[in-house]
Each structure stands twice: as C-alpha cells, then as structure tokens.
Design a protein around this ligand. Structure first.
Ligand code: 4AD
Ligand code: MG
Length: 431
C-alpha cells in the first residue's frame, strides 16, 4: 500500500493509502470521530464511526493533539474539504504520544506567548502556509535569474568593513581583529560581476537596527543581483520583471496556501500588472506634503509615508534619485544633477513598505575616493573595492530585496516575524 503525502491525496481518491504525520485536532459528533491529521503538506480529515470499529474509535478518541502517527484508510471525495477528499480510517499506528498537553491552543493567544513557543507555533494555523509561501518565494527568485543566465555566487558573512553605513553593524572579535556581520553581499557581488558578468545570490544579512516595527528584523535573507554593463534604468526594468515573476509564480504554485490565508489573489495580481510607477524623490516629498505628512526634502520615509504612497499608487512604486546625503557611499551620482544618486527604492502597496533598494554603482576611482571621504570612511578596508575601478571598470548596477518583506506582502501577514521560522528581533534571541 502506498505511503503518500497529504498534498498528493487528491489524486488517490478511491485508493487505500497510508499517511504519516501528527494529530492536529479532533472533534466528535455523536458516535463519529473526525481526526485532523497534518503532515506539513496539508491537513486531511480521517473519519471513524464507533459502531463500525469500536476498538479503533476508542484508541483514536483518547489521543492528544500532536500525537505522531501513521493512518491507513480509503480516500473518498469530499467537495467541502479544502483538499477535496477525506479518509475513511481503517487502522492507526501511534508513533509517539505527547507526554504533556501541547501548549499552543487553536484559539487566540498573545504574540509574546506564541513567540516564546515559536518552535511549536510553526506547526499550527496560518504558520505552515506562510512558511510554504516563503519557500516558493525564494525559489521564484532563483528561477528568475537562473532562466536569464545569471550565475549564482556567494558573498562572505564575516567582513572587515560596512556596506550600509556604520550605525547598524554587529561587531565581533576576529582573532584579535575587528570584524562585522555582513549587512549585504553587494560589494562582493560587484567583484564577482566583473568576473562572471551577471550574478545573484541569496544569503543572510544582519542589521543591528533598533527599529521595533512590523517590518524590521535584525537578521534576514537578502536576495541580491549585480550586473555589469547595466545602467540605472535597465536595473529598474529588471526589478519590475522580477517582482511580477515572483508574485505570479507564487500564486500559481501556492494557491491552496493563499486560500487558507484568505489572501485576495486577484488584488495581488492586479497590483503587479502593467508598469510600476517611477517617481522622483522630490515629487514624492511634495505628494506626501499635499496629503498632510510633515516631511521635508532630505527626510527618510517612515511607515506612515510608505503606506500613503502604497495607497496612492495601489502598485509597487519606485522612488528614484534620492539626495546623495541620504544614501550610502557606493552610489553613482546623476550626471544631470550631482546632488542626486542614481538609486531607487521599491515600495510595496498596502503598507508593506520598502522591498527593494538598488542603484547604479560608482565606477571611477576619483568618484569613489571622494565619496568614501565624504562619508568619513577609511580607505584601507576598501582597497580591494577601489581596485575594481582600476582594472577595466564598467557601468554596473544591482539591487537587494528583503525576501521576508516580499513574503509578508504576498501573504498579507500582519508582521514580518510570522513569515520567518525563527525571527531575530532586538528583544528576541529565544528560541
Ligand atoms: O535597502 P538596503 O539597505 O540595500 C542594501 O543593502 C543594498 N546593499 C542592496 C544592493 O543594492 N545590493 O536593503 C535591501 C532590502 C530593503 O529594501 C529591505 O527590503 C530589506 O533589504 N531590509 C530589511 N528587511 C528586514 N529587516 C530589516 N531590518 C531590513 N533592512 C533592509
Ligand atoms: Mg533601503
């Protein structure tokens, strides 16, 4: 008899099969017992009636939630079931019966309690679909670049210098020398792009960020690409194609999960259709002022501003050409106005905030040295990076996407901590 996963059950209707998983929940109605069995790929209902099989009924009836088990029975069609079928339970084998009551109730519990039990919380409710959507999002990013001939590469996590400013660095002792956890692989991808042409990677990034918002974590997986012979404009076009590809492929692959989250998939598809607006930073400031925000030219946008922009455009929107003082040292300046950087942030709709930061990079030694000085950065740790501008430098651009931010938006989740298995926040290092 075949052992299958619950996600495959639909195509085995009429057959006797075995499933292995955990008892998610159970309820009874008179002499009929309904067991909800989960295996990570879905939840299936197994049914047994007391008069049909009193022994089996008695065994199943006393099992606590999260008992690990193997169930065997015949699958029959059930249109009301989310997976389209249920099991007529024939037999059951207990693998382990929990020694204590499972602490996560299937009702509202406080976020603090749930986060303290994150290792168990991830088994329940909307957590499983969200983690499955996260998996599909990572894959969609990789597929997009693989299909376009980019080369996957790596960047180190232990580094000797900062990328995104010195205020959010985690410092550590590296055999008596100062080292930092990487904030972004970008500088290294610039080097590999000069070796391989067009490169991408997904890797961890760390920010000692004191922000306690629903969009910030101190450790996240960044998805970055870097391209030789690509300018600012082409960089934005590629980002737009990427975001559309991710949203469309995740919707295709994870329809059931998005349904379980009650996500409005048509709205999501509408959001990524057609060109994404591109607006100048200065115009964004004006628009926000007209809508009553107290922002001035040179200010960073916070959550309320990003939400207003998202609601106004109802699409991801590029905010372009920031004043150079707002941005890191490596960005190329706009030749038409040297006070502006050839950079853009992509802001997601519905208040999900910035999902991508990118720019064209400085490509001459003179500009780079000047910009390092202006940012009060020492030259020595960046000697290798300066070298890249000495030996056949070319115009090049790239960007970094916060994958968890994208997943939060796709899921319509309330907080970034829900879409990361073990999120790290300023007040949380356990579990
Ligand atoms: O905008 P950022 O800081 O850009 C860079 O790191 C560039 N070096 C990337 C590049 O050009 N290769 O970060 C990129 C993205 C942001 O747009 C955001 O989506 C995400 O990373 N991000 C965070 N996500 C969660 N928590 C945080 N604390 C984040 N900080 C940035
Ligand atoms: Mg940014």
């Amino acid at each position: 008899m075949a052992t299958i996963s619950i996600s495959e059950a639909r195509s085995h209707v009429g057959e006797e099969v075995t499933l292995q998983g955990w008892l998610y929940n159970k309820r009874s109605s008179g002499k009929i017992l309904f067991l909800q069995v989960r295996d990570g790929s879905g939840v299936l209902q197994a049914v047994v009636a007391e008069p049909d099989n009193p022994n089996l009924f008695a065994v199943a009836n006393r099992l606590p939630r999260e008992t690990s088990l193997r169930v065997t029975g015949t699958l029959r069609e059930d249109r009301r079931a989310p997976i389209g079928c249920e099991m007529q339970l024939g037999s059951l084998e207990v693998i382990q019966e929990p020694t204590e009551d499972f602490p996560i109730e299937l009702k509202e519990q406080t976020p603090g309690f749930l986060m303290d039990h994150r290792h168990l919380w991830i088994r329940t409710g909307s957590q499983v679909p969200m983690l499955r959507i996260s998996d599909a999002t990572f894959r969609a990013f990789r597929t997009f670049f693989y299909e376009r001939g980019f080369v996957a590469t790596e960047a180190p996590i232990l580094t000797g210098a900062s990328v995104e400013g010195t205020t959010t660095l985690f410092e550590l002792d590296y055999f008596g020398e100062k080292a930092y956890l990487s904030q972004s692989g970008q500088l290294y991808l610039e080097a590999t792009a000069m070796a391989l042409g067009r490169v991408y990677w997904i890797g961890p990034a760390f920010r000692a960020e004191k922000s306690k918002t629903r969009k910030h974590v101190t450790e996240f997986w960044i998805a970055e690409a870097e391209m030789a012979f690509v300018d600012h404009r082409a960089n934005l076009a590629l980002q737009e194609d990427l975001v559309r590809h991710i949203v469309e492929s995740v919707i295709k692959e994870r329809k059931d999960e998005l349904g379980q989250l009650k996500r409005d998939v048509d709205q999501l598809l509408e959001e990524v259709r057609g060109p994404f607006p591109r607006i100048d930073y200065g115009d964004a400031v004006k628009l926000l002022q007209e809508k009553g925000h107290e922002v001035s030219f040179g200010d960073d946008f916070g959550a309320p501003e990003e939400e207003t922009l998202g609601n106004h455009f109802k699409k991801p929107v590029f905010i372009e050409r920031f004043p150079v003082g707002m941005k890191p040292f490596y960005m190329k300046r706009d030749p038409r106005d040297l006070s502006r950087a050839l950079a853009a942030d992509l802001i997601a709709p519905e208040g999900y905030g910035e999902i991508i930061g990118g720019s064209q990079r400085v490509d001459t030694v003179d500009e780079l040295l000047r910009q390092l000085d202006e940012n009060h950065l020492p030259r020595e740790p960046y000697e290798w990076y300066i070298d890249l501008r000495k030996y056949g430098s070319v115009p090049h651009s790239g960007f970094g996407m916060g994958l968890a931010r994208v997943v939060t938006w796709i899921c319509g989740a309330a907080h970034i901590r829900e879409v990361i298995a073990f999120p790290r926040q300023i007040n949380r290092l356990y579990p």
